[in-house]
Design a protein around this ligand. Structure first.
Ligand code: HEM
Length: 451
């Protein structure tokens, strides 16, 4: 074990685990939680990890005071990892990748549709999608609920964000996106993909690029069609809103940028929300008391316990493990002194499982969030500061509708009593076996509320 980490600009970084960058990356990729727990036991609140292919170590922190110092400073940039992995898919215009004033101007345009009344106007569409999904489930036969949640969240993005209504283009896009998302899903596929980028026209990367080009064609066709729609101003979908909105200098997004932002919203919003839902089912269906209490509260038309359940699930099973920054200025907090230029990220799961913030940190107890909501820098499933997830309220809103519909309409149980192990899909930590469930009874859907 090395007692100290690397030296950056004359300052020693926190200690790092022993082993080469390859062995640290493999431990991170295949056993992320035991790896982090091991580092916590050995080094405490902060330590460094060397990821393969990265020029400098990444410092992982878990103390809320240090996280606050990190996220409150707006000038920090993004560590290089995001563009290596995401730029080939999302494009250079993506909100997830842009920095500085470019980033802020896009964020101003993209935030409003995901909040308030705008967001609530999507309730009927989401309900309709979940209702149809539940109706298609088999009775007394095991199926993985994770993939069914992916179908729901994909459909929500296609309808609410892209503004598709039924039609052959939607059919094709649904199929193509399935392929593209699958290609990027496993860590093995990502490593093979990145390694074969330089083989030009052959190999998995070339196949992936071909699929991506087809998706692009469909997206550009949809954007072109949207531009001709006479009712653009009356439309609720987010693509229409982005098309109509203007930057402060009076400019607006061109087709290439619209495509990049659509891919961003798809990639950032689909797998994450589906995975958070799958984890919530895994937790709820193994904990009888919280499940019964949630059912009773839903029956009574209340949603406090539902909100607390979602907060607790995102605490115990955060879907995205890291949301880091490259320091623009020195960071000094809680005994930590890191020079400008350091790559730093909260280790989200380590923060969420601190015994000093959460008594019995590994227990599933939604009631811990009933009286007071989560603490800003101790609960960070959506990151923080000026890069905090723009879809956070929307994701929780969507999760509330899905959980309410499934739990009030279905009697379901896990196919096996064991807790799901943590696997990986894309950049998410997801239930390894897809959370197989069995539905034993299904009640009819409520009549949709009409105005
Ligand atoms: C449970 C579901 C979700 C989780 C756990 C999640 C988590 C995250 C995290 C950790 C970040 C990085 C924040 C940071 O760097 O500080 C992020 C960014 C982002 N998320 Fe989400 N997200 C979810 C759902 C969504 C949804 C539904 C959408 C939109 C449809 C979305 C769109 C975005 C975008 C555009 C960004 C980039 C923000 C920026 O860089 O300014 N996410 N999300």
């Amino acid at each position: 074990m090395s007692p100290f980490g690397a030296i950056l600009r004359g300052v020693p970084l926190p200690p790092e685990p022993k082993g080469s960058s390859l062995s640290q990356t493999l431990r991170w990729a295949f056993r992320p939680l035991p790896f982090m727990e091991d580092c916590r036991q050995k080094y405490g609140d902060s330590f460094s990890v060397r990821f393969l292919g990265f020029e400098r170590p990444m410092v992982l922190i878990s103390d809320p005071a240090a996280i606050k110092a990190l996220y409150r400073e707006r000038s920090h940039g993004l560590p290089p990892g995001r563009n290596i992995i995401l730029e080939p898919i999302l494009g250079s215009g993506s909100l997830l990748i842009q920095e500085g004033t470019e980033h802020l101007s896009r964020r101003k345009l993209m935030l409003p549709p995901f909040h308030g009344e705008r967001m609530r106007s999507y309730e009927a569409v989401v309900e309709e999608i979940v209702t149809a999904e539940i109706d298609s489930w088999p009775l007394e036969r095991e199926f993985p609920i994770h993939s069914r949640m992916q179908a729901v969240t994909l459909e929500v993005i296609l309808r609410v964000v892209f503004g598709f209504s039924d039609g052959p283009r939607l059919e094709r896009l649904r199929g193509m996106l399935g392929n593209v998302l699958q290609e990027t899903a496993s860590p093995r596929a990502q490593i093979v993909g990145l390694a074969t980028q330089r083989f030009g026209g052959r190999g998995p990367w070339a196949k992936f690029e071909g699929a991506l080009r087809e998706v692009d064609e469909l997206l550009f066709a949809e954007i072109a069609e949207h531009r001709t729609k006479p009712d653009l101003e009356q439309r609720d979908d987010i693509l229409s809103m982005l098309m109509l909105s203007e930057f402060e200098d009076g400019g607006s997004m061109d087709d290439k940028e619209l495509r990049d932002q659509l891919m961003t919203l798809l990639l950032a919003g689909h797998e994450t929300t589906a995975t958070a839902l799958a984890w919530t089912f895994d937790l709820l269906l193994r904990h009888h008391q919280p499940l019964q209490r949630l059912r009773d509260s839903l029956e009574a038309g209340e949603d406090d316990y539902l909100r607390a359940t979602i907060s607790e699930s995102l605490r115990l099973r955060p879907v995205i493990p890291l949301a880091g920054r490259r320091l623009a200025t020195e960071l000094v907090a809680d005994g930590l002194e890191l020079p400008a230029g350091t790559d730093v990220t909260p280790a989200i799961w380590l923060t969420h499982t601190r015994a000093d913030i959460y008594p019995q940190p590994f227990a599933f107890k939604p009631e811990r969030f009933l009286d007071s909501g989560p603490e800003t820098y101790g609960w960070i499933p959506f990151g923080g500061g000026i890069r905090r997830c723009i879809g956070a309220s929307f994701a929780e809103f969507e999760m509330r509708i899905v959980l309410r519909e499934v739990l009030t309409r279905c009697d379901l149980r896990k196919a096996s009593p064991a807790a799901e192990k943590t696997g990986r899909r894309n950049i998410t930590l997801s239930p390894k076996d897809g959370t197989p469930v069995i539905v034993s009874a299904r009640r009819p859907a409520r009549e949709p509320v009409t105005a």
